[in-house]
Design a protein around this ligand. Structure first.
Ligand SMILES: CC(C)(COP(=O)(O)OP(=O)(O)OC[C@H]1O[C@@H](n2cnc3c(N)ncnc32)[C@H](O)[C@@H]1OP(=O)(O)O)[C@@H](O)C(=O)NCCC(=O)NCCS
Length: 218
């Protein structure tokens, strides 16, 4: 017999509501909360170091892309976590950067002046994206998933992934990939393995060894 939660997923995935927790499509008004959770979850990471304004422009640009899937989890009107994926991730960051160059420029200049090493990290990150090895037909990618650290371990990440799988299948996507740090990152690697991702390859992003995971939706 189907669980009540599963019945909701099949009937209307845009507003699943269990115990007042709902999974829904992120909209423009959520972006400032998305950025807050991102900053709490990814402290010290490159995108976080670019600051609030650049992150806002980045996530708003992703939201505008028709190939983006952007799912949030909220309870009592508070965002607990989100994920964002894109059906065609090749060159995505470059496309966003070029499209929104004039919006990014003043905020990037401020960050680069304050911390010049960020420019080097940006170039490293950009160059290493071409080293990601995936099967030829696997072009969709999970770009970011983060749960408010206070809400971690409650099954929200797992449910967000299963919501993503449903949406990608609806878009006739048969597989997708993601990248994550290979070292000092057991929690996240174990999380993905539990969600049926298989490690496909590795690459170096500067001195960081990165794992590439694939998930088949067939
Ligand atoms: C990684 C992250 C998305 C996981 O989300 P979460 O909501 O905390 O995870 P869940 O509660 O849904 O856990 C799902 C499963 O993973 C398992 N899991 C969680 N932590 C684990 C660990 N340290 N070791 C092994 N399994 C673990 C859970 O036990 C659960 O398994 P189950 O279904 O058998 O019970 C979340 O912790 C996060 O946002 N981290 C910070 C941001 C980040 O690093 N994102 C990934 C970037 S690549």
């Amino acid at each position: 017999m189907l669980h009540e939660k599963e019945l909701h997923v099949f009937s209307n995935y845009s507003q699943m509501n269990i115990n007042s927790i709902s999974y829904y499509e992120i909209n423009h008004n959520d972006i400032s909360d998305v950025v807050k959770i991102h900053l709490r979850s990814f402290s010290g990471f490159f995108l976080s170091e670019l600051g609030i304004k650049n992150l806002e422009i980045f996530y708003k640009s992703l939201l505008l892309d028709k190939k983006t899937v952007f799912i949030g989890c909220k309870q009592h009107n508070q965002l607990l976590g989100f994920l964002v994926a894109n059906e065609f991730s090749a060159g995505l960051y470059k496309r966003i950067f070029i499209k929104k160059f004039l919006f990014f420029l003043p905020h990037l200049l401020i960050r680069f002046i304050k911390k010049p090493s960020l420019l080097f990290r940006m170039i490293t990150s950009y160059n290493s994206s071409s080293k990601i090895l995936t099967p030829n037909n696997c072009v969709a990618s999970l770009l970011s998933i983060c749960i408010d650290p206070k809400q971690s371990g409650k099954g929200i990440g797992k449910e967000l992934i299963s919501q993503l799988d449903i949406r990608l299948k609806d878009r006739n996507i048969s597989s997708y990939f993601l990248t994550t740090d290979a070292k000092n990152n057991d929690y996240v690697n174990q999380f993905y393995i539990k969600q049926n991702f298989c490690q496909y390859s590795q690459y170096l992003q500067g001195s960081r060894l990165m794992n590439v995971y694939i998930k088949s939706l067939q």
